[in-house]
Write a protein that binds this ligand. Structure first.
Ligand SMILES: [Ca+2]
Length: 441
């Protein structure tokens, strides 16, 4: 599968009706019976095409028999919203306030009482960002709250922008909100030079492979995942911010201790990535783990070390035919590996890879808390083309020892965020946000 074709569920979903923000309408919208009925109707409607990996009509068998292992939690799923358009990420504040992004409309906030506001982004938002646009896989992607959000009401977005730049870029935008979270008080663009695929190539459309997940680590620094833009030289480039994981202070400057080699942009924490769309931090150790979307083979989960090379190098493979200088779709797990240990013997080895196939790995979140039973400390990863949520159990060394498919519907899993209530909040491409929690023992 070479070109990204925007024939996914996103382009076929009807545009949502304008949102009535009155409390009464929100109570109606959140009626659980109504939501469940709409879920059933919608579940019959759509099958999506992957970004890179196709969605099989019949999902492949789940990887492993562990869903019946002792201590595996029974999951209870509630649909929070079923009218979300191309959701991409979710962040939750300590008081239960939810923020979520829609790739083409922008940022939304939902207060604990249910009041929902289109806060920032495209026309219709309380604050319109006239430089914001969506194209291909890009738009309003990651959202993360400052570690001091409760007092500074500050959050961060990963978004594509036309502002001041030619070609266009992805950037990290910091917003400060008012006391009621209903308005944006100020905007500061703390990073404005993350690579964006500005023009289509024979490998796919503009806007492809932007990465886009952002999360604060337990060290207080902001981690930003970026993608290779179908540009062969980008992942190993020491200066360009694509195919990387960045680690930043809140002002966008390089965090201390990033460890990239001499000559690298100091904001780079790891490099040699293809398209990282999931990142979270292992409980206990704080080590960042990323989930990385493979080409026609080999999704990877990788534990990151400062200055590490993830080993993706889709350039100058004389044995391959590489359209537009990009070899990323040209080879096999041997001739164009996701982790090229022949070129980079010291590259970071994956903790888990997807059986030599790519099924479109997206988000990642560690499960935390005794309520998760034997999954406490396990890593949940969302699979888009393969339409399932996989739970990886890790050993002390950080390698996956078991992979279980969660008992959840077959969907394109786009966002995973653990909430302050210990539940997992999930967004799926079909336009829903769920709360998934283990049932009480
Ligand atoms: Ca790799």
């Amino acid at each position: 599968m070479v070109a990204h074709r925007r024939t996914s569920a996103e382009s076929r979903l009807p545009r949502a009706a304008p949102v009535d923000k009155s409390p009464s309408s929100l109570r109606r919208r959140q009626n659980p019976i109504r939501r469940f009925a709409s879920l059933l109707v919608a579940a019959l409607a759509l099958t999506a095409c992957g970004e890179d990996a196709p969605s099989p009509v019949t999902p492949p068998p789940p990887p492993g028999p562990d869903t019946t292992a002792p201590g595996t939690p029974t999951l209870v799923r509630n649909v929070v919203f079923s009218d979300v358009e191309s959701p991409w990420d979710i962040a939750l504040a300590s008081d239960g306030t939810m923020f979520y992004t829609e790739r083409c409309r922008g940022l939304w906030v939902v207060r604990p009482g249910g009041l929902r506001t289109h806060l920032f982004g495209a026309a219709g938002a309380a604050t319109v960002a006239d430089d914001f646009f969506c194209q291909g896989q890009s738009g309003m992607l990651g959202v993360a709250l400052s570690p001091d959000f409760d007092t500074n009401r500050t959050l961060y977005l990963f978004m594509s922008s036309t502002r001041r730049t030619d070609p266009r870029t992805n950037r990290i935008v910091r917003l400060q909100l008012d006391d009621t979270f209903a308005e944006v008080v100020s905007r500061t663009d703390v990073v404005d030079d993350i690579a964006f695929k500005d023009v289509a190539t024979s490998n796919g459309g503009a806007g492809a492979h932007s990465g886009g997940r952002i999360r604060f680590g337990p060290d207080g620094y902001l981690y930003v995942t970026t993608g290779d833009n179908h540009d062969g030289a980008l992942p190993q480039s020491p200066t360009r911010l694509g195919g990387k994981v960045l680690r930043l202070r809140e002002d966008g400057s390089a965090a201390p201790g990033n460890g990239a080699p001499d000559g690298f942009d100091p904001r780079i924490f790891t490099y040699g990535h293809r398209n990282v769309q999931g990142i979270d931090f292992r409980p206990g150790t704080g080590q960042p783990y990323v989930a990385e979307h493979g080409p026609n083979h080999t999704d990877e989960v990788t534990a990151l070390v400062a200055g590490g090379n993830a080993g993706w190098d889709p350039q100058d493979r004389p044995s391959l035919t590489c359209p537009d200088g990009y070899c990323g779709y040209a080879g096999s797990p041997t001739s164009m590996p996701m982790t090229d240990l022949a070129r980079f013997p010291d590259a970071m080895r994956p903790a888990w890879s997807n059986r030599g196939e790519s099924e479109g790995m997206g988000p990642a979140a560690f499960l935390r808390g005794a309520q998760w039973g034997s999954w406490d400390g396990a890593l949940a990863i969302g699979i888009m083309g393969g339409r399932r949520l996989v739970v990886l159990t890790l050993d002390d060394a950080g390698d996956a020892t078991a992979a279980a498919a969660a008992s959840l519907p077959a969907e394109r899993y786009r966002a995973l965020t653990l909430g302050p209530d210990g539940a997992l909040y999930v967004a799926v491409d079909r336009g829903e946000i769920w709360r998934v929690a283990p049932s009480a023992p």
